[in-house]
Write a protein that binds this ligand. Structure first.
Ligand code: GLC
Length: 563
């Protein structure tokens, strides 16, 4: 048995103090003062892999439209769709060759309009992915830029002379391997690319670039878009004197010398650009979500820009906790709660191994999937769900190099197998291609589709999907979960992560067993003025009796404290 609040005199008064403080505090806003994106549940869709309406093996916009009822029923308020703009697909859409059109493989502008209208009808907002750092090398701006040093768009990208024949301007390496510079024989200069060579970096110091990018956002806002997820913002600016990055010992999976990306990431000028984008977003009540890989809370705070920067910079610090450690989670949650803006929680996305595999122990993976939902969907902040998390999709990387689609998986093989494993087709049912497509899917459907799919889990009240639905339903109506402050309790427990969500004089208790053995926690409810904790959502055989909450291995108990 674990003793909850007992053992710490200070904690004996915790419940009442916390609730009284919350009651009097101006910091606990009412639901009315919240912005739409603070109460919304976001869902990331990788369109190639979600639903294929024309059976060519690649998902499309009409496929997404056909699944809106599913998303509504799940409890999704906004979808973020990763890039579906015209693109040579070197980086599967993150190499955009036209920001204001739809790639025919995903559909037409009419399909897009129909999607936005159908989503609106269901109260679902549509957020797009805006690749701000770079374009495709096939974008007309770059084609013009590389044509001549005197071209109109020359200075829209970063061109420099090399240090000598075959020698790039400095030692910067691309995050996908090799030098970050590519020599172009037409003008005998090098251009800079933080990602693949087919993704030349834009020059954000050029006012014409900034203007063009602001205009892109307006163009889409006018078409009913509710915001953007801004891609790779950390790398928007580079040191203009091109200082070499400090080299660190060791080599990367691509065989490059390791380096600290000191002079080409996290430059302070990023925040002026964010503020500019935000000004435009505010005209349309839109949200800006940032792909912000921050090393610490100061960097994250800079992105909030005192309320004038990004509303939802993603907190990836959380994705660094790759083990079920209550202490580590407490530390990260406390840090984000002390940050200057509204937290954004992410546990999986199209670039990282799925949470099912990162946290799963191979035996209790389904319980652990519910446990993780119990965590990131009950914290103070906005959650972003990655498609398939709600059914327990598993990362399924290619087993042979020749099957790899993501180029960096070929360069990095076998140490880095690329990102195909987390981008496999959505598992809708038990049929051959999991109901994703009648054609051959662009990536193979994982074997787990037979056991983990929407149709099967919808029928099972104990499935991961049913758990997500119950939890999201609660999140939408429970004021404590929507607006309450986060109050960690029982902080020395090695197994159970416990916290209250407190709003006015009400509190919800969240109790999460991060261990493989059953736990019983004494929360001393009576001493704290509560008769009981009424179960709201639980997993496994978790239950409560008097002061105690009993949790199965990896069990979840979420209960309303009743006086
Ligand atoms: C972001 C995207 C990733 C892409 C990269 C380059 O990190 O999430 O998928 O490869 O930017 O655009």
């Amino acid at each position: 048995m674990t003793r909850g609040l007992i053992g710490s005199v200070a904690l004996l008064l915790v419940f009442d103090c916390v609730i009284l403080t919350a009651q009097n505090s101006k910091k606990t806003p009412t639901s009315q003062s919240r912005q739409w994106w603070q109460h919304a549940v976001f869902y990331e869709i990788y369109p190639r892999s979600f639903a294929d309406s024309n059976n060519d093996g690649v998902g499309d916009l009409n496929g997404i439209t056909s699944k809106l009822d599913y998303l509504k029923d799940l409890g999704v308020d906004a979808i973020w769709i990763t890039p579906f703009f015209p693109s040579p697909q070197v980086d599967f859409g993150y190499d955009v060759s036209d920001y204001e059109a739809i790639d025919p493989m995903y559909g037409t502008m009419a399909d897009f309009n129909a999607l936005v209208a159908a989503a609106k009808k269901r109260g679902i907002r549509v957020v797009l992915d805006f690749v701000v750092n770079h374009t495709s090398d096939q974008h007309k701006w770059f084609l013009d830029s590389k044509s001549s040093p005197a071209s109109k768009h020359r200075d829209w990208y970063i061109w420099r002379d090399g240090k000598g024949p075959g020698k790039p301007p400095n030692n910067w390496t691309s995050t996908f391997g090799g030098s970050a510079w590519k020599f172009d024989p037409t003008t005998s200069q090098w251009y800079y690319h933080y990602f693949y060579p087919e993704q030349p970096d834009l020059n954000w110091r050029n006012p014409a670039v900034r203007q063009a990018m602001m205009d892109v956002t307006r163009w889409w806002y006018k078409r009913g878009v509710s915001g953007f997820r801004l891609d790779a913002v950390d790398t928007l600016f580079e040191d203009s004197s091109l200082k070499d990055n400090p080299v660190r010992p060791g080599k990367s999976v691509y065989g490059d010398f390791l380096q600290e990306h000191k002079y080409n990431t996290h430059l302070p000028e990023i925040h002026d650009a964010m503020r500019e984008l935000r000004k435009v977003a505010d005209e349309y009540n839109a949200v800006l979500i940032g792909e912000t890989w921050t090393d610490n809370i100061d960097q994250l705070n800079a992105y909030y820009g005192n309320g004038h920067g990004l509303q939802l910079p993603m907190d990836f610090l959380f994705t660094n906790v790759n083990k079920l450690s209550p202490a580590e989670f407490r530390k990260q949650i406390a840090a984000i709660n002390a940050a200057s803006g509204w937290p954004t929680f992410v546990i999986s996305n199209h670039d990282i191994v799925r949470s099912y595999d990162r946290y799963g122990d191979g035996q209790h993976n389904d319980q652990i999937a519910k446990l993780m939902a119990g965590l990131y969907l009950t914290l103070r902040g906005t959650p972003i769900l990655y498609y398939g998390e709600e059914i327990g999709m598993k990362t399924t990387p290619p087993t042979r190099k020749e099957d790899v689609k993501d180029p960096k998986g070929r360069t990095g093989w076998p140490n880095d197998k690329g990102r195909d494993g987390q981008r496999t087709p959505m598992q809708w049912d038990q049929s051959d291609n999991a109901g994703f497509s009648k054609g051959k899917p662009w990536l193979p459907v994982p074997a787990s589709a037979k056991t983990h799919n929407v149709a099967g889990e919808e029928k099972d009240s104990d499935s991961i999907l049913s758990f997500y639905k119950k939890l999201l339903k609660l999140r939408h109506t429970n004021k404590e979960l929507l607006d309450g402050s986060y109050v960690p309790i029982n902080q020395n427990d090695q197994n159970v992560l416990s916290y209250l969500r407190v709003h006015e004089d009400q509190a919800v208790l969240v109790s999460l067993n991060l261990s493989a053995s059953p736990q019983k926690v004494n929360y001393e409810l009576k001493k704290n003025g509560f008769a009981s904790a009424k179960p709201l959502v639980t997993s496994g055989k978790s239950s409560t009796s008097g002061d105690f909450v009993s949790l199965d291995a990896y069990g979840v108990f979420i209960g309303q404290l009743v006086r």
